[in-house]
Design a protein around this ligand. Structure first.
Ligand code: BJW
Ligand code: ZN
Length: 235
C-alpha cells in the first residue's frame, strides 16, 4: 500500500550502501580496516611519511571500485530524485557510485576517490583512470587524494549544505552507516528539529538507532525497493 510521499527527502548513505555493488565496507566482516591500518595508508601523517604506500592503497581501491557498478538501490534513489520534489543525497562514500547511477544532487562529506589535489601548487585533477598514470603533478609534488582522512577537517561548504538539506527535510533515510565517525554521525539528528521522520536501513543496529522512528533491517537494495513501493516511485 502506498503512503504520502515526503516533500523534502534526504538519503544519508554510508559504506553499506555500496556493499551490494561489491565495494568493501570499512568496519565489520570483510571491512577494509581489518586488512589495512589507516594510520599507515589513509591519513595525512602517512601521506607525508610514505606517499607511495598511501598511493598503493588508493590505487588498489581505484581498481577495485572501477570494477563495481551501482545496484538497484542506487537506482531507486535516482528515480526518487527524478520523481519527487526535493531530494538530496548526503553521502560519506568516496566511491562515486551514486553519481554513476545518475544522481545529481550528491553531497560528498568525505570527498572522492576520483579527485586529486596538489598541496604544493594548488592544481586539481578529476578522473577515473585506474591505476593513476602518474602519482605526481606537473610541479613534481605527489597528488593527494581529495579524501577526508581521520584528523582532516570536512569541507565547510559541503557540511553546511548537508546541514541545511537535513535541517529542512521532512524525511531522512539513513542507509548502511555504522554511525561511529564524527561529525557525520550526528548530522541526521538535525532532521529532528524539523520534526522529520527518520528511517534507518541497516541489517544491524547502530549507536544512533534509538534516534530513528523506523528500522528497516535488511540490505539496502531490498529495503529501498520497499520504500519505492510505499512512495509509488516507478523504476
Ligand atoms: C549494510 C549492508 C547492506 C553492510 N545494506 N547496510 C567526536 C567524537 C569522537 C571522535 C571524534 C569526534 N569528532 C571527531 C572525531 C575524530 C574522528 C572520528 O570520528 N573518530 C571516531 C571513529 C572515533 N573524526 C575525524 O577525524 C573527522 N575529522 C574531524 O572531525 O576533524 C576535526 C577538525 C576540525 C578542524 C580542523 C581539523 C580537524 C574526519 C573523519 C573522516 C573519515 N574518513 C573515512 C575515510 C578514510 C580513508 C579512505 O577511505 O581512504 O571515511 S573513515 C571511513 O569511515 C570512511 C567512511 O565514510 C566513514 C564512515 O564509515 P561508514 O560509511 O559508516 O561505513 P562502516 O564500514 O563503518 O559501516 C558500514 C555499515 O553498513 C554497517 O553498519 C553495516 O551493518 C552496514 N551494511 N552491508 C545496508 N547490504
Ligand atoms: Zn602541483
Amino acid at each position: 500500500m502506498s503512503s504520502p510521499r515526503p516533500q523534502r527527502l534526504v538519503f544519508f548513505t554510508g559504506a553499506g550502501m555500496s556493499a551490494e555493488s561489491g565495494v568493501p565496507t570499512f568496519r565489520g566482516k570483510g571491512g577494509i580496516w581489518k586488512e589495512y591500518d589507516y594510520e599507515r595508508y589513509a591519513c595525512q601523517p602517512a601521506f607525508e611519511t610514505n606517499p607511495e604506500a598511501v598511493w598503493e592503497f588508493h590505487n588498489y581501491r581505484r581498481q577495485l571500485v572501477s570494477a563495481c557498478a551501482p545496484h538497484d538501490g542506487h537506482r531507486v534513489i535516482r528515480a526518487a530524485e527524478q520523481q519527487l520534489e526535493h531530494v538530496t543525497v548526503v553521502t560519506q562514500n568516496i566511491d562515486g557510485m551514486h553519481q554513476l547511477a545518475g544522481s545529481e544532487a550528491v553531497l560528498e562529506l568525505h570527498g572522492s576517490l576520483w579527485r586529486l589535489r596538489c598541496e604544493a601548487c594548488g592544481a586539481t585533477h578529476e578522473g577515473r583512470e585506474s591505476p593513476l598514470s602518474s602519482l605526481t603533478c606537473d610541479c613534481g609534488a605527489y597528488w593527494r587524494p581529495a579524501i577526508v582522512w581521520f584528523g582532516d577537517a570536512l569541507d565547510t561548504a559541503t557540511i553546511q549544505a548537508s546541514a541545511e538539506a537535513i535541517g529542512q527535510c521532512d524525511c531522512l533515510v539513513s542507509i548502511g552507516t555504522s554511525a561511529v565517525v564524527y561529525p557525520a554521525a550526528q548530522l541526521p539528528l538535525l532532521a529532528e528539529r524539523n520534526g522529520a521522520r527518520l528511517i534507518e536501513i541497516n541489517p544491524e543496529p547502530t549507536p544512533m538507532s534509538d534516534a530513528y522512528h523506523e528500522h528497516m533491517r535488511g540490505p539496502a537494495s531490498e529495503m529501498l525497493a520497499q520504500l519505492a513501493a510505499r512512495w509509488d516511485i516507478e523504476l
